[in-house]
Design a protein around this ligand. Structure first.
Ligand code: NDP
Ligand code: A1CAB
Length: 291
């Protein structure tokens, strides 16, 4: 999706799978000169720059800081980021699963404009969906201020859905943040089943991928309910009906999906507690050159 105004200058901290999926979306949408930080090498088109660590940042003052390191790295990275955020007054957008805005604000030194977002990897082709939550202090107008800035950035990667309550982020993450993995698993399983039933591997791969992307395209382009699209495939006493009789048994897909979403949502909720404990723990002793 293309937005009309240029995107602001960014500091992306954690340019891994999710960070770079978003960065690709931003590059395609005209990004002001920006910096991406990660320890391992990274090729970025000029004028954007890659740095191996925040210590190399120099005088760069971003308008927005996007945090996309693993939640388990937050206790190390947030204290390093705090002086940069405090001196630049940048808006902070964290895509870290589970980490709540109050913990973020506290770890960044307090008084920070923090927005929590949960994108997904189709962001790389502008077809993602991002959940977003802003604490009350940031106002409720999505047309101006921090929410407008966040919407502009996230919209470069696809749809943006603002949630009213932060607790909704956990189950919503389990659906759309993690969701692409469930769909790719389905592609893997369909491909393996095709091979197991004697189809040549290249054909198995094409059938699985195209079936999923084509069905996704139908969902995207038609407003028809998913259930109706499913019924349109299912001839009475035909072939699909036999497969669905297996998959739709209450103890089959309905129970499995319910249990999976429940497990993922609980894990999302646990991650904030882990950050609190890590921040409260004494920092590891520094090793000097002589040791
Ligand atoms: N993957 C997904 O589909 C989604 C992920 N998220 C969230 O995005 C975040 C990143 O996940 P994901 O992209 O999958 O993980 P990755 O491991 O791919 O990315 C994390 C990146 O952080 C970098 N990094 C590690 N330490 C530092 C540091 N001190 N300073 C700067 N960068 C550092 C790593 O660098 P190096 O490679 O050099 O180790 C890596 O590139 C997580 O918080 C996750 O919850 C949210 C939505 C979806
Ligand atoms: O698995 C994870 O923790 C991240 C969050 C959503 C998708 N990937």
């Amino acid at each position: 999706m293309s937005t009309s105004k240029p995107l602001p200058s960014l500091l992306l901290v954690g340019a891994g799978k999710m960070g770079m999926a978003m960065f690709e979306g931003w590059l395609a949408d005209g990004l002001a000169p920006s910096v991406a930080v990660r320890p391992s090498p990274l090729d970025l088109p000029a004028p954007h720059r890659h740095l191996a660590s925040l210590a190399e940042l120099g005088g760069f003052r971003p308008q927005v800081v996007v945090i996309a390191v693993k939640p388990q790295k937050a206790a190390q990275v947030l204290p390093e980021l705090a002086p940069i955020v405090q001196s630049s007054g940048a808006l902070v957008i964290s895509v870290m699963a589970g980490i709540d805005t109050a913990s973020l604000d506290r770890a960044l030194g307090g008084g920070v404009s923090c927005i929590r977002a949960m994108p997904n990897t189709p962001a790389a082709i502008g077809r993602g969906v991002s959940l977003a939550y802003a604490p009350l202090g940031l106002g409720d107008d999505v047309r101006r201020g921090p929410r407008a800035l966040a919407t502009r950035l996230l919209a470069a990667c696809g749809d943006v859905v603002w949630l009213e309550e932060e607790a909704q982020m956990d189950p919503a993450t389990a659906i759309s943040g993690c969701g692409p993995a469930y769909v790719f698993l389905l592609a893997e399983l369909l491909e393996a089943a095709a091979v197991a039933h004697g189809l040549p591997a290249p054909i198995a791969r094409q059938l699985a991928r195209r079936t999923i992307s084509g069905s996704g395209g139908l969902l995207d382009l038609r407003s028809t309910d998913a259930a109706e699209l499913r019924r349109a495939v299912t001839s009475p006493n035909g072939v699909t009906e036999r497969a669905l009789a297996v998959l739709m048994q209450p103890r089959a897909w309905p129970a499995a999906i319910d249990a999976a979403i429940d497990a993922a949502a609980r894990r999302s909720a646990e991650l904030a507690d882990e950050l609190s404990r890590a921040l409260a723990a004494p920092s590891p002793r520094r090793v000097t050159r002589d040791e």
